[in-house]
Design a protein. Structure first.
Length: 330
């Protein structure tokens, strides 16, 4: 599987002995927006997003006589373990310790990264190969966006081609390394969560069809502005393109999230970001997490210093992560 060293255990020819356990580390992702919610060409959704070095899922897995899960998001992880074990046809007995988790329902793709991390751990302990796309249906992942699956396997800046009429997982159609010097200032609202679950399903059901001209504009921006700007390391063009996509998508979803941005506090911070002349900013997925795109660590630190004040917001400086998840022996 691309992007992950999968341990094959136990001992067929050339295979290693079963390790005492495994450690899985998986990146969060930002979802910058959908390419084509209109769907008139046969494929719907399509996404652009970025793997991040923080926050992240880190868990350990060891053989055990039963399934035992501890740490943050333990209940959620246990449900994923049962689903993954059922897909693999194994008992799924393991001691899983969640050392760190991605904030849930905040726009980081936490469910996908936790689910795939748990499945990779169980597959590794059982000596099975692991390919995330094979687990998408069993874990109920990748229903609309393929960015989370690709962030787990490859990292980087990712564009997927949307779901076909048969509902197959979205194919990755572009993957680029994110410039190492660039930073992402994450703006987290600790007082709320984004739209998810039945509310998310209802939103996609009830919203009017996305206008075809706006879908065409987004696709043009991605192909002729955003992707070239990453290749040539031109942060202003990249940021401006992402911001325009955010405007088009955010206004479409505004009736279900209370405005272009879900969190009033994040919206206020993003207005301050725009006032400073920063070209790239927006909200990841349903939020409430906002982001600002800056070309250096120094600019990221200066921006955070200008935005910090008492209240529900927390700030984190992240890098793009150009590799996928890691699975290593303990």
């Amino acid at each position: 599987m691309e992007g992950i060293d999968v341990l094959r255990i136990p001992g067929g020819p050339g295979e290693t002995a079963a390790p005492a356990g495994l450690r899985v580390h998986a990146p969060a992702r930002l979802h910058f927006g959908f390419l084509d919610l209109h769907g008139g060409l046969g494929r719907r959704f399509g996404s652009i997003g970025l793997a991040l070095d923080a926050p992240a899922v880190t868990l350990t897995a060891r053989p055990a006589e039963r399934l035992d899960v501890t740490g943050p998001e333990a209940r959620r992880a246990a449900a994923y373990a049962l689903a993954a074990a059922g897909h693999l046809g194994i008992a799924g007995h393991a001691a899983l310790t969640i050392e760190s988790a991605i904030p849930a329902h905040a726009g980081f793709g936490s469910g996908t990264q936790l689910a795939l991390s748990v499945a990779a751990a169980l597959a590794g302990l059982a000596g099975r190969p692991f390919a995330p796309e094979d687990f998408a249906d069993a874990l109920d992942r990748g229903n609309r966006s393929g960015v989370g699956l690709a962030a787990f396997t490859q990292g980087g800046l990712i564009v997927d081609g949307g779901r076909d009429p048969e509902g197959n997982p979205p194919p990755v159609i572009a993957r680029l390394a994110y410039p190492e010097a660039w930073r992402v200032v994450l703006i987290l609202d600790t007082g709320m969560t984004g739209v998810h679950g039945t509310r998310e399903v209802a939103a996609f059901r009830d919203l009017p069809r996305f206008p075809e001209p706006q879908a065409a504009e987004i696709c043009r921006i991605v192909l002729m502005q955003v992707l070239p700007a990453v290749v040539t390391a031109e942060p202003e063009g990249f940021g401006a393109g992402i911001t325009r996509i955010q405007q088009l998508i955010g206004d479409h979803f505004a009736p279900h999230q209370g405005g272009r941005f879900a969190s009033p506090a994040v919206a206020e911070a993003l207005a301050a970001v725009a006032a400073q002349g920063i070209a790239g900013y927006g909200q990841s997925s349903w939020g409430p997490t906002g982001f600002a795109l800056v070309p250096s660590e120094a600019q990221a630190r200066a921006l955070v210093a200008s935005l910090e004040r008492p209240g529900p917001l927390r700030f984190l400086i992240a890098r793009g992560r150009n590799t996928g998840a890691s699975v290593t022996a303990l």
